[in-house]
Design a protein around this ligand. Sequence first.
Ligand code: AHR
Length: 494
Amino acid sequence: MDHALIVYANQPGATIEPDIYGHFSEHLGRCIYGGLWVGEDSSIPNIRGYRADVVEALKKIRIPNLRWPGGCFADEYHWKDGIGPRSDRKRMVNTHWGGVVEDNSFGTHEFMDLCELLGCKAYVNGNLGSGTVQEMQEWVEYMTFDGDSPMSRLRAANGREKPWSLPYFGVGNENWGCGGNMTAAHYADRYRNYQTYVRGFGKNKPVKIACGPSVADYEWTETLMREAGKFMDGLSLHHYSLQGSWDEKGPAAGFDEAGWFSLLKNAWRMEELIENHSRIMDKYDREGRVALIVDEWGTWHAVESGTNPGFLYQQNTLRDALVAGITLNIFNNHATRVKMANLAQVANVLQSPVLTEGDRMVLTPTWHVFDLYKEHQGATALDVGLATREYRTDPSARGIPELTASASRSPAGTVTVTVTNANPRESARLELSISGWNPSSAQGAVLTAKEMNALNDFDSPETVTPVSLSLPPLENGRLTVALPAKSVASISFR
Ligand code: AHR
């Protein structure tokens, strides 16, 4: 059977917030140190201490925002340890991640300046688990107060006169787990208290983000929305895709088709999670004021052998690219409620768009998906009607849609359609039609490879890179395209 996709090009729709294409950087393994930051004295080419290659790679995919300093690390981070002369900064133990010494050489100034260098928004995650209300209040004052105050004076003494822009502030992270093991009711009360002191100084009014549920914890969402919904602008959601179990995760690269399928099935679950959590949010927030913010998503595999298990370093294959393509299509299709998302994590940790080793950097298949999808950022989401079949490995078990798709119309009028084909064995014949508009040209690119576990490594960095997608001439806004097996494609209509 063929697959059919109709894109309704002339209808109004929600804006696909660029922030849906956001990233996450935690003091974990080699994400910050070695991934983003090498210091001014490093022999690795850098811009004021930031890796030049990584900065360029992130700018190319138009990184819209970056979350920091965690994750679990956020709830044991005391920001005053990370300001002032680097040689005087307090050394601490990173208890969550490998028990290594954290010398705090990357702190508030280094993070906020990085966001300015990248041209992206800062998303700072505060410490509710082990920090005080005063500490959180002072941090926001330090970063954003434009006037004479104890914290703005301290900031100036540390070399930054002007306040930074702080569009997003998270009030705790995973407070149901590593952020304090709280019940939903207890966290809701504490959230109400802490957020009171997250002040909006001058023009800077941070979007306040409450810790949301883990995966399918609908009770958490219900309690938070009921008890604290009116005090928040965003509620976070975390969902990682695994092959296997938390105790026994599958390998990043050495998998068979069953492993391919089970990971993609886990990723596809994002659709159901967003729909179910949104339904609860709708009950308490009919106007859709509170955004659902998926500030941790991506694949979580077993670490690469020989690496520190606490560093979460994993390879990234075409399978990870499929997870990215499927998930971003889901986000685009739920752009009315999902306003921001952050892939975990930006370098050398979990599903990274870039991997580094010494002075070398590699763009992963996941980076290429962000590149293929970047025209969706800030565009209007278009409704799509997709008829596809199920892909499954076990005839007695439920499958997942073989194809997924999303579409958008940019302010300049370009319609971008992104499609994934999860079937690793068969290409898909897709009849694609644009309704309500007659484009004059179409151009496409596709990411695929011979093997489903193909990856880019330091010695062969271009094994998985996009190639042009061959398209027949358009006939009244219609064309039939052959989507290769195991692929992610982007087609632009003008
Ligand atoms: O991204 C790694 C960890 O996953 C984060 O620190 C935590 O929030 C989540 O459990």
